[in-house]
Write a protein that binds this ligand. Structure first.
Ligand code: 6PG
Length: 245
């Protein structure tokens, strides 16, 4: 990405539990502030184990916060193209961990299509692009992204053609190097339409990818290097994922 962006900010936590508690607390505080200023915040969720820990912390901490989850709009950065009740679904993981418990308005929760909703990944991507055009606000307030050991974010993997799409919101992914093989992902331009981008990264196996993304890596080698918030790019790390910095 050649466009200017604010400096990356880095927070290093002791371990994944402290990291998850911190992200959840920060998100609740941002959402409460936005709502008290009269906004209906739009956030994007990610999958993976650290996201799951964050979601559980959101469920635990919500009752002590001022957040009205009925006035939060929820999106996903990517999804596995599988059956709606598959354990592989990022949306199922998030519903179980917090969405079902905190009182979201189902009309404000925009899951990516499953195999029950679309014939193939391209149709699913086209459908999600339309949903975002219709119900999005042109930018996300907070975009949360996990990072794989290879530096992937959402379902944008190193060396893949999906990284070069400039005129699409969402893309269908086939033969994903990480199973399951069929996925739907927002593109880099769509991920970059975010005020705040938060990377959630735990574990030593991510340390090199984190160092590359925060260095001068090419987006084709380390996709995480290609996403920045217009106002904030915040890396929530633990000691292990920060160990190569
Ligand atoms: C996927 C996951 C994936 C995840 C990262 C980090 O679709 O396969 O969503 O992109 O976000 O691999 O996952 P962990 O937090 O489990 O390391």
């Amino acid at each position: 990405m050649t466009s200017p962006h604010p400096e990356n900010r880095i927070e290093v936590h002791e371990g994944p539990e402290a990291l998850a508690t911190s992200v959840a607390g920060e998100l609740l505080s941002r959402l409460a502030d936005a709502q008290s200023a009269g906004h209906t915040p739009q956030i994007a969720l990610t999958g993976g184990s650290i996201a799951d820990a964050v979601h559980r912390e959101i469920a635990r901490l919500t009752s002590g916060s001022q957040v009205d989850w009925g006035r939060v709009v929820v999106w996903w950065g990517d999804e596995r193209f599988v059956e709606p009740d598959s354990e592989d679904r990022n949306a199922l993981q998030a519903r179980r961990a917090f969405l079902d418990a905190v009182g979201v308005d189902p009309a404000h929760v925009h899951e990516m299509p499953s195999t029950a909703d679309a014939d193939d990944v391209e149709a699913a991507a086209a459908s999600y692009s339309s949903t975002l055009r219709e119900h999005g606000r042109g930018e996300f307030d907070v975009m949360m992204l996990g990072v794989g050991p290879d530096g992937h974010i959402a379902s944008l993997f190193p060396g893949r053609a999906e990284l070069d799409l400039e005129d699409r919101i969402a893309v269908g992914v086939v033969e994903s190097p990480k199973p399951p093989p069929l996925r739907v992902s927002l593109t880099l331009p769509a991920l970059n339409r975010s005020r705040c981008v938060w990377f959630l990264v735990s574990g030593e196996e991510k340390a090199d990818a984190v160092a590359r993304a925060l260095g001068d890596a090419d987006v084709h080698d380390t996709p995480a290097a290609g996403v920045h918030g217009s106002e904030e790019t915040l890396w929530f790390l633990d000691r292990a994922s920060a160990s190569a910095l």
